[in-house]
Write a protein that binds this ligand. Structure first.
Ligand SMILES: Nc1nc2c(ncn2[C@@H]2O[C@H](COP(=O)(O)OP(=O)(O)OP(=O)(O)O)[C@@H](O)[C@H]2O)c(=O)[nH]1
Length: 441
């Protein structure tokens, strides 16, 4: 599962990169890196004419990496040609100084990279990967001033983000509640200063704003970056202590802004990856046993009403491994896991408990409802046709279901395990469902 939830695939065009430069050997080396390490399609051009051809016939590019020395064009002509086609660009050059930067300042250039510096290929690979991934991330800019809001929004759009904007804290909270894809908020600190003094229309002061954001959007899921031209050190500290991830003083250079934004998003992804490693089963992608207990307690906490807890075990799975091999066994486990996850409702908790054993917690279901629910699941797994090398496999599962009106998770699991043992002893490929609670029966 991707760290930031389902990608907005329909809105994101293909990841294609245009590489423009007069050195064929350098272009070929960089193109090979980007293809191999990132799986991206890369088109190379060694003149402005070739770049024009590529843009006319090669579809859209989300990024151009360009040199400034070409046989048929001045540096400005190359940059202008890309800007006219609205292709965001990174300049990869042998010479890079303040005068070049000053000449290029009004063009949509994300970054300048010195071609011959050590580590350049590594840096460019990171940068292209970052820009490619940004296209699946939504950012929100909160700023009272339309000019400054538009400037920051335009920079973020240049980095590939889908960008939303809000003029005040109350509006921003509303947008955050309704758009679950937002992973980055850039907040003009003056919004907070102003609000802190006067309270804005909805009565939200700046610190209350960030505290409220943090109630439902933890730091590990949403990066909030403050920007300001007037904040003093104590205001910056207050912002960070109350839940801000980072702070930037204005004026900042484009390169600094890009680095800070990228590092914050990199950190979110890293945390997401680490969380996934700790909580998900590597083979099936389902929550692992330890995470099941966390999710299960959360699902049961504070709720009244019946709950069904099921332990599910693939029948004669050793035989599958012995006959078709371990890889085929893995494939069968993935197919069973998918079938269980598809059958589960959003409020249910499913996990791979270990080996060929899964569990499924189903709150708010009657005993009769649980019997039907798990019988259908058993049937759907029995009817799976799992294609492995040269064979089509079929598997069955046995299910023990404990139904109760009180939800002590450990007691439910122990009881479901006992009922699973009965299902196995009775001949397998069946559901044994019992109520442990006379009132619920
Ligand atoms: N391919 C594969 N096999 C696994 C994995 N985890 C556990 N197993 C195998 O699952 C099999 C479980 O075998 P048993 O516990 O004897 O149970 P069974 O053969 O399913 O028989 P019953 O449960 O009694 O129906 C063992 O052969 C394990 O090696 C895995 O991740 N991949």
């Amino acid at each position: 599962m991707p760290p930031f939830g389902p990608p907005l695939a329909a809105e994101v065009p293909e990841g294609r990169v245009l590489l423009i430069g007069n050195s064929r050997s350098y272009a070929n080396m960089l193109a090979a890196e980007l293809r191999e390490r990132l799986g991206l399609e890369v088109v190379t051009a060694d003149s402005l004419a070739a770049a024009h051809d590529a843009m006319a016939t090669g579809g859209t590019f989300f990024l151009a990496l360009t040199g400034l020395v070409l046989p048929d064009a001045e540096p400005e002509q190359i940059i202008e040609a890309l800007a006219r086609k609205a292709v965001p660009m990174v300049v990869v050059t042998g010479v890079y100084d303040d005068s070049i930067r000053a000449r290029m300042v009004n063009f949509p250039i994300i970054d300048y990279v010195l071609k011959e510096a050590p580590g350049t290929i590594e840096y460019l690979t990171w940068l292209v990967r970052r820009l490619e991934r940004n296209r699946q991330i939504t950012a929100l800019v909160v700023d009272r001033s339309p000019g400054s809001r538009a400037h920051i929004a335009a920079l973020l759009a240049l980095y590939g983000f889908r960008v939303l904007q809000s003029a005040d804290a109350a509006g921003a909270l509303q947008v955050l509640d309704t758009d679950g894809a937002i992973r980055l908020v850039v907040l003009e600190h003056a919004v907070l200063d102003h609000a802190a003094q006067e309270q804005d229309d909805a009565g939200i002061d700046g610190i209350a704003f960030i505290q409220q954001v943090r109630l439902s959007h933890p730091r590990a899921m949403l990066s909030v970056i403050g920007v300001s031209s007037s904040a003093d050190a104590s205001q910056v500290a207050r912002f960070l202590k109350n839940g801000g991830n980072d702070f930037l003083n204005k004026p900042f250079s484009r390169e600094e802004f890009f680095c800070r934004i990228s590092q914050n998003i990199d950190n979110l992804e890293l945390i997401g990856t680490l969380q996934d490693l700790a909580t998900r089963d590597y083979l099936t992608g389902l929550p692992n046993r330890r995470h099941f207990f966390e999710l299960g307690y959360k699902a049961l906490r504070g709720r009244n009403g019946p709950v069904a807890m099921a332990m599910l075990d693939v029948d004669h799975f050793k035989h599958v491994n012995d006959t078709y091999g371990h890889d085929a066994g893995d494939q069968a486990l993935r197919a069973v896991a998918t079938a269980i996850a598809v059958h589960a409702r959003p409020q249910d908790v499913v996990a791979r408990f270990g080996g060929e054993e899964f569990c499924l917690l189903v709150p708010g279901v009657s005993l009769a409802g649980a019997e039907v629910f798990f019988e259908r699941l058993r049937e759907s797994i029995a009817s799976l046709q799992i294609n492995v090398k040269h064979h089509t496999l079929r598997v069955t599962i046995s299910i023990g279901v404990c139904h109760r009106s009180d939800g002590d998770l450990h007691a439910l699991i122990t009881e479901a395990d006992r009922l699973l043992y009965l299902a196995k002893a009775n001949g397998r490929n069946q559901v044994v469902c019992e109520s442990q609670d006379t009132a619920a029966a």
